[in-house]
Design a binder for this molecule. Sequence first.
Ligand SMILES: Cc1cc2nc3c(=O)[nH]c(=O)nc-3n(C[C@H](O)[C@H](O)[C@H](O)COP(=O)(O)OP(=O)(O)OC[C@H]3O[C@@H](n4cnc5c(N)ncnc54)[C@H](O)[C@@H]3O)c2cc1C
Ligand code: SF4
Length: 520
Amino acid sequence: MNLKYDYVIIGSGFGGAVSALRLSEKGYKVLVIEKGKWFNATDFPKTNWNLKKWLWLPQFKFRGFFKMTFLNHVTVLSGVGVGGGSLTYANTLPIPKDDFFITGSWANLNPWQKVLKPFYKTAYKMLGATVNPKLHDSDLLIKEIAKDLKKEKDFKAAKVAVFFGEPGKTVKDPYFDGKGPDRKGCIHCGACMTGCRFNSKNTLDKNYLYLAQQLGAKILAEKEVFNVETLDKKNISKGYKISYKSSIGKKKKESVTTKGVIFSGGVMGTIPLLLKLKETSLPNLSNLVGKCIRTNNESLLSITSSKDNDKDYSKGISIGSILHTDKNSHLEPVRYAKGSSFFKMMSLPTVTGKYRILRILGVLGILITKPIYILKTFFTRKYAEKTTILLFMQTLDSTLQIKRGFFTSMKTIAEKGKKPNPFIPEAIDLGTKVGAKIKGISYSNFTDILLGTTTTAHILGGSVMGEDAKTGVVDKHCNVFGYQNMMVCDGSVISANPGVNPSLSITAISEFAMSKIPEK
Ligand SMILES: Cc1cc2nc3c(=O)[nH]c(=O)nc-3n(C[C@H](O)[C@H](O)[C@H](O)COP(=O)(O)OP(=O)(O)OC[C@H]3O[C@@H](n4cnc5c(N)ncnc54)[C@H](O)[C@@H]3O)c2cc1C
Ligand code: SF4
């Protein structure tokens, strides 16, 4: 059969980008299909008040790169566009804590820490990871907290995917012996999560995808894959037909044929697609699709200073430092750039407790007892400069299941252990400590307070590794059980809680999976 491609990759985030480059290097003909847009540096919004350029809500003609998905137990933040989550992420690339490699459904499949070590090294190199050279006010604030906790040694500048050349100066490709694009030195403006307008952030379109294109990989943007079927139902080795339609304009349906297919849509793309396909064209998929979904057990708190001083918490890269608070937990100060204050519209004072009504009464109590602080910090024109966001994460585990809803493509149900908790006591305590230093109180996402759900930028799992189809959706090399030349390479194969930001691990595991594919 004359197949158009050797591999079609669905999604261009970390897993998809690694796959595109490594398969192209091995001589395969590759097509990447991506739901979101291509972005040039100047396409990114100046602040996140430019909702049309920031948010991905194509039904309202908002064609940005940041997506929020509200599920029963969790509000998920993710990226959409050529480069996936790298367009909106905060560049931080920590190595997971030791437990990650020896827990979860993948634990017995490999001595992962040893096996993945060289691939973490490659991932670091490809993403241009380097230690943040300059701490700014919010980093110094967390350093002070570290000192108070007698944990100064556990405070470190973060390793990040940013080009720190001479600020604002354009140079020839500094990473890939001249084969990559020109880059500009970071100016520490804090806008990494609303898109780097200065060509300094090492997004995937500047490394993996750029190099893959040089080798002939084709990238089709603004197209959403909605069906994958075997070309011959009786012979799964014959190849696949991939059907897609425009994700923004007229929904004309098109298709291509391919020998192999790689699902790289991230958890929010791959899992609803696989759940649908299991009921329709790919019935051999494991019954575990959608199970073992994890967050990083995160807590996101924002604290706005009411002190009249010249501290500017918006300066620096989005995440510039990390404090390891104990064996299982760590804290990162996060910032948005000057003017990017949209999230204050989505925040409420943090009030913990089991019962919603008591939390709401608690919020009303704060509004009544602290009107001057509330008004001063809400109406300030310097919201981003005065606000530091605390991102707290833990390795402790709890899992959810994503299912197809009756009216929706996804709903969650709690699986094992406690459901993700929006009010992690250690995080709340750190929020209070930071608040005391800067004369502020903690705020949480409104869904945390009103619904008792948690907010995560690190959704993982749903297509986890196992020994066979009864214990996993994919094997230890990311091959899908029940089909041939079909893989999943993205956050959905992460089979334990890394306890840290996951992009480096997704990159390393995808590199490992690709290393097992022979040359064409
Ligand atoms: C605000 C924010 C900050 C973050 N900061 C960090 C950080 O500092 N460090 C870190 O490690 N991680 C961070 N993350 C998390 C990180 O972005 C994700 O873990 C990572 O991007 C997941 O990679 P992935 O390969 O699973 O897929 P993604 O990067 O999510 O990419 C999937 C791509 O597939 C596309 N797609 C989905 N379905 C389809 C379909 N059917 N057809 C075509 N295309 C499709 C999507 O549009 C998307 O572009 C952050 C996330 C957010 C939202
Ligand atoms: S701090 Fe500013 S210049 Fe530096 S990477 Fe982030 S957005 Fe780009």
